[in-house]
Design a protein around this ligand. Structure first.
Ligand SMILES: O=C(O)CCC(=O)C(=O)O
Ligand SMILES: [Fe+2]
Length: 348
């Protein structure tokens, strides 16, 4: 299995993106100074929001409506089981960011997040354009205003992971890793085209396929961003791109595990985009390569990967993103609807 690569965003080549995403399914990029500054700024705003008492945060609570498209804050355990140890806020690509702090700070909070979101959308567009060029499948479809514009249905999450050590280590607690750390975000694949993660502390791990073990993503901080391929990209490329299983682990300290903040962008197309496998002579050549030399080809893994046409034998027929999302999120919808019901009962 290919090792996790780290590149400079400015000098990343089309082939680098193809190699990394069809190998490990993820890689990290060192960011230019202006992006580092925007990350640091938005993490500082998150800290200011986060430091408020939870009654204040509650005023900005999201109201789940079952569509999976939410804006606003949720407390620990909100929305889905994935948030057992996480709280923070979510915004959709097309929605204005709320002024979530009192006074003039509210407007600055919103403006800083909007600048940051625009800059990260540009990074997502640049990355998918590189992959599309390497596959010769036409980059414009994924770009701004394209029929499969990956920022059109995007959302970002800014969330803190924290847990009392007593809860992590309670008798019967599941999720201890071999080295004594605890799983604070269970293993999953992202239901996105691409995801970008900026995290303040280590803890993100990727499954090393074929070896059954997880490996730490080597770098974190506002100067680096981890790029993870999502299940949609695996589908669109018929399994040439891998969407790796990943999780987050935390070290229990004396009383609480060290708090970790992560900003995650999930890039997703517009709801009415028709998704179908990408076709090109290059795609066909790479597929033949993968099929012909499973042991030697770096892309041999694609044959056994879940989620692609090669992976599970199920053809990926044209489908709208709306339909795909509905299926992918169905379990999530049920949990979101249940928590919405509870919130309404509480406030009645
Ligand atoms: O917190 C992280 O590093 C990753 C978060 C993640 O994988 C997710 O929210 O899907
Ligand atoms: Fe994820």
């Amino acid at each position: 299995m290919a090792a996790h690569e780290t590149h400079d965003l400015d000098s990343l080549l089309d082939e680098d993106v193809l190699r990394a995403l069809s190998g490990a399914g993820a890689f990290s990029v060192r960011l230019p100074n202006e992006l580092v500054a925007l990350n640091a700024e938005v993490l500082r705003w998150f800290g200011l929001f986060d430091a408020q008492p939870s009654e204040r945060k509650q005023r900005h609570a999201l109201v789940p409506d079952g569509t999976g498209e939410n804006n606003g804050w949720h407390g620990p355990g909100g929305l889905s089981a994935y948030n057992r140890f996480r709280d923070g806020y979510i915004f959709q690509a097309s929605e204005p960011i709320w002024s979530m702090l009192d006074g003039s700070a509210g407007a600055e909070f919103a403006a800083a997040h909007e600048r940051w979101r625009a800059a990260l959308h540009a990074v997502g567009h640049a990355l998918i354009a590189r992959l599309a060029r390497a596959l010769e499948v036409g980059a414009d479809q994924f770009g701004p205003g394209g029929r499969c514009d990956i920022a059109a249905g995007a959302q970002f999450h800014l969330k803190a992971i924290r847990a009392a050590a007593s809860e992590l280590c309670a008798p019967g607690a599941t999720g201890a890793t071999a080295d004594g750390r605890m799983m604070t975000l269970p293993a999953h694949r992202d239901p996105s085209v691409l995801s970008l993660v900026v995290a303040t502390r280590p803890g993100l791990q990727l499954l090393v396929e074929g070896e059954g073990r997880y490996e730490d993503v080597p770098r974190c901080g506002p100067d680096v961003c981890t790029v993870i391929a999502g299940q949609l990209l695996t589908k669109l490329t018929r399994g040439l791109v891998r969407s790796p299983l990943h999780r987050v682990v935390s070290e229990p300290r004396e009383a609480v595990c060290a708090e970790r903040v992560a900003a995650t962008f999930f890039f997703q197309p517009p709801l009415d985009a028709v998704l179908q496998p990408l076709e090109s002579p290059t795609m066909a050549r790479l597929a033949r390569l993968a099929d012909a030399s499973p042991e030697r080809s770096a892309r041999a893994h694609t044959k056994v990967r879940a989620g692609g046409e090669r992976g599970n034998g199920k053809p990926f027929l044209p489908v709208t993103y709306r339909e795909w999302k509905h299926r992918a999120y169905s379990g999530y919808y049920a949990r979101a609807a249940a928590s919405a019901g509870a919130a309404r009962l509480d406030s009645a």
